[in-house]
Design a protein around this ligand. Structure first.
Ligand code: PMT
Length: 398
């Protein structure tokens, strides 16, 4: 599986460095070419010589050392990598990467690589649970970096808790998993919409909905990881845009329609996960509406149905919609699939607790033009995004 793969192993300064010697040895045994970069503090725990002997390759520590190689070393290692493995990932190195600091050979190489990067945190329990470290991990995860969870047990500092480097076989499994990731959307242009629209009532108020954008962002993240060129048309949200995704922010349905139509002709696949307002105030007040009487009446007018329009204009595109329903899920979804000329619709029952709008999980049925229905169990939106893409990939081949 790892035969011929180039794995760059970044080693930061923590007591778990000695365990990384075994990881490098096992990667070699599985046929990988392993290149080790150490920080100066890692070299205080285990000498570069040990890693050189085990990996069979020169070990880089000092960015300014004389080199016989004419390549700019950190760029050369960064582009050679099929995978970047950083173990142990200390709180310090995680913080540097999360904040764009590149002040040594290891951090400059991480910054320069486009390879999947797996960080294996190992540190004292309180350090690991420190909110700053956790925020940095969340930030990097949202940007597409991969993490393993530390194991619990007796730590070198004499404290019992979470923070131990996982066993070598756990790390090797994750490495194998990342290297076998599908690249099945290379060359495909995917347009994804996410989040809810906001329809202005006056300069400070709007009509909106509970969509967080999580489902659409999970799709964008999975699609870009599988090689697609992804344009994300996003309603207002605080979510971090996945690395490699081109984003355009919109507010209203009319604004979303403009952005979607501008990219439509050039897209191979369109996935409309956004919750678009069906109605908007007929007039938007120029100034903040003042309290006057007991009742305030708003007149609403219909918004354009973007997906309906895409269905009418459809040429070569695979068109995928979502249906958010609280009753008669399949019936309503079937009607939308046919009326909007879709290839597939993801019907989610948004009346169930813990799924749908603003939740981390979703439950859905996938409906196709020929009447087939796939029932998906409750799963994370990240996993659902992968399943949806698997199914779209099959539809693309038809
Ligand atoms: O964002 P999250 O918090 O993660 O929640 C995810 C979700 C529940 C919003 C998502 O999974 C979902 O169901 N999105 C579609 C919500 C919706 O608007 O459903 P609908 O049944 O009203 O619309 C059907 C389809 O037509 C949708 O693809 C929608 O984008 C599209 N539409 C609807 C109205 C309109 N004026 N224009 C449209 O393009």
């Amino acid at each position: 599986m790892l035969k011929g793969k180039n794995i760059v192993v970044g080693v930061a300064g923590g007591i778990a460095v000695y365990k990384v010697v075994d990881i490098v040895s096992q990667l070699k045994k599985q046929g990988a070419n392993v290149y080790v970069i150490m920080t100066q503090s890692a070299a205080n725990f285990v000498t570069p010589l040990t890693f050189r002997e085990i990996s069979g390759q020169p070990v880089t520590v000092d960015m300014w050392a004389e080199t016989t190689n004419w390549n700019v070393e950190h760029i050369s290692l960064a582009s050679r990598a099929d995978l970047f493995l950083l173990a142990p990932a200390t709180g310090n190195i995680i913080g540097k990467i999360a904040n764009g600091i590149a002040d040594d050979m290891l951090t400059t190489t991480v910054m320069a690589t486009t390879a999947p990067t797996l960080l294996v945190p190992a540190m004292n329990t309180n350090m690991y649970l420190n909110p700053i470290v956790q925020k940095n991990i969340d930030k990097l995860t949202a940007l597409g970096y991969h993490f393993t969870k530390p194991e619990s047990g007796m730590l070198a500092c004499g404290v019992e808790g979470i923070g131990r480097l996982p066993e070598t076989k756990v790390i090797l499994n994750k490495v194998n998993q990342l290297l076998s990731q599908k690249n099945d959307f290379v060359g495909k242009k995917i347009l994804i919409t996410a989040g809810g629209t906001q329809e202005a009532i006056d300069p400070v108020r709007y009509i909106g909905n509970r969509s967080s954008g999580k489902m659409g962002y999970a799709l964008a993240s999975a699609a870009v990881a599988r090689g697609a060129m992804v344009t994300l048309i996003s309603g207002p949200t605080h979510l971090i845009v996945p690395c490699g995704v081109k984003v355009e922010y919109v507010e209203s349905a009319a604004h979303m329609r403009e952005a979607v139509l501008a990219h439509y002709a050039d897209s191979d696949i369109v996935i409309k996960a956004a919750a678009v307002a069906d109605y908007r105030p007929q007039n938007t007040a120029e100034h903040k509406i003042k309290k006057t009487g007991e009742i305030l009446q708003l007149t609403l007018e219909k918004n354009p149905d973007i997906l309906l329009e895409l269905g009418q204009l459809k040429a070569h595109q695979v068109l995928v919609g979502f249906a958010a329903e609280t009753q008669q899920l399949v019936l309503h979804a079937q009607e939308k699939l046919a009326r909007k000329n879709l290839d597939m619709i993801i019907a989610n029952d948004v009346s169930m607790p813990g799924v749908g709008f603003n939740a981390d999980n979703n439950i859905a049925k996938l409906l196709y033009r020929d009447g087939r229905i796939d029932e998906l169990p409750k799963m994370s939106k990240e996993n659902m995004a992968e399943v949806i893409l698997d199914k779209i990939h099959i539809e693309c081949r038809k």
